[in-house]
Design a protein around this ligand. Structure first.
Ligand code: GDP
Length: 399
């Protein structure tokens, strides 16, 4: 079953829809108890949110998640833990020689999950080989180009005939795995985040946080946030919650914001503790529970990703990141159009040059003719002066 999609934990707007529905029902009930005719009092548009809701549920939701970070940081384990699936069962582990040769590939895995009649088509984009090869410089370029390609596909589909049924493969969220063994962001992390932050919603995670003590986790989180700030990296910012939200929801929202970068633990094994079956990692000194908020931020991440902020991540992708891409595309097509115009102008100017040369030649010929006539006139005048008697007679040959 798909975890966590409960009306009580839905995102702000959904919570409001539910509340509005409650309110409408209550008003309707009051009207009936007061003896008022329900149909007379309501025109009917109060059911619009319900209609929108039903339509959206019927259509289902697309959500694409990219996981990024060095191999072995627990990306596939976390994804399996998040969606309670085994998306990586066919995975081959590369040997050392393979790692040296390796170039980045992007692997797309799709699953359709349904919970209480709500369908989510989930696409996970993994990047095995990221930072694996000896020459890993180019791996981030492929990631960026993959993100751009998805925008381009959407852009083309939007300008095509079948605009209503676009398969949205744009990346709505990028879970960026930060190594727990380092002291903050690595130069490559900074570079990649800076290349991506205007294109996707980056959610930073401290991977395998069970290898650190709570104090170390806190220190690393502070250092990562400092690095993010110092390098002007824009990670996904949680929207402010409405002032009319209830206190419990506000508290939940505050805790979520404070937990960034989420310290996560992944595990695909179910262990027994105190007679209860839990997902966790067993150590000689005890069990680390994935779902225990005291042990890590896994629950917060899952809640944010699936229950409360999925729609906001999609909205930001569509309204900010994709619009940026669209504006850039339009601008670059305008620039190339004007460049084409300039080339055309050059061609025109060559044609104009031919014409100008022709006109120049004509002008020169005319000038020569005028010159000849002036000379002829001058000779005639000279003849007239020399022979005034011939005024009424023939002028003679002046040539
Ligand atoms: P990926 O290459 O990033 O997809 O990493 P994997 O998910 O394949 O994990 C690599 C290894 O790390 C496996 O042996 C996992 O069992 C282990 N692992 C995954 N998540 C965690 C975690 O949260 N803590 C610890 N200690 N080990 C983990």
């Amino acid at each position: 079953m798909f975890p966590g999609l409960k009306p009580s934990t839905l995102s702000g707007s959904y919570r409001k829809d539910f509340r509005n529905r409650d309110k409408i029902d209550r008003i309707k009930e009051e009207a009936v108890t007061n003896g008022e005719d329900e149909e007379d009092e309501f025109i009917g548009f109060a059911s619009l949110p319900e209609q929108v809701h039903r339509k959206a549920v019927r259509r289902g939701f697309d959500f694409s998640l990219m996981v990024l970070g060095d191999s072995g940081l627990g990306k596939s384990t976390l994804i399996n833990s998040l969606f309670l699936t085994d998306l990586y069962k066919d995975r081959e582990i590369p040997d050392t020689a393979d790692l040296v040769e390796r170039t980045l590939t992007t692997v797309k895995k799709q699953i359709e999950i349904e919970e209480k009649g709500v369908k989510v088509r989930l696409t996970i984009v993994d990047t095995p080989g990221y930072n694996d090869a000896v020459n890993a410089e180019d791996s981030w370029k492929r990631v960026v180009s993959y993100v751009d390609q998805q925008f381009q596909l959407y852009y083309q589909a939007e300008s095509g005939l079948n605009r209503k049924n676009i398969n949205d493969t744009r990346i709505h969220c990028c879970l960026y795995f930060i190594s727990p063994y380092g002291h903050g962001l690595k130069p490559l992390d900074i570079l990649v985040m800076k290349k991506l932050h205007h294109k996707v919603n980056i959610v930073p995670l401290i991977a395998k946080s069970d290898v650190l003590t709570p104090k170390e986790v806190k220190r690393l989180k502070t250092k990562v946030l400092e690095d993010i700030k110092e390098n002007d990296i824009n990670i996904y910012t949680f929207p402010e919650c409405d002032s009319d939200e209830d206190e419990e929801f506000k508290e939940q929202d505050k805790a979520l914001k404070e937990a960034v970068p989420f310290a996560v633990i992944g595990s695909n094994t179910v262990v027994e503790a105190g007679g209860k079956k839990i997902r966790g990692r067993m150590y000689p000194w005890g069990i680390v529970e994935v779902d225990n908020p005291k042990h890590c931020d896994f629950i917060k991440l899952r809640q944010m990703l699936i229950s409360t902020h999925m729609q906001d991540l999609k909205d930001i992708t569509s309204e900010i990141h994709y619009e940026n891409y669209r504006a850039e595309s339009l601008l670059s097509s305008e620039v190339s159009k004007s460049n084409r115009e300039r080339t055309k102008l050059k061609r025109d100017s060559i044609a104009n040059l031919d014409k100008a040369l022709e006109t120049e030649q004509l002008l020169q010929e005319k000038e020569a003719e005028i010159q000849r006539m002036q000379e002829m006139l001058a000779k005639m005048q000279a003849q007239l002066q020399n022979n005034p008697n011939s005024q009424n007679g023939r002028l003679g040959n002046v040539r």
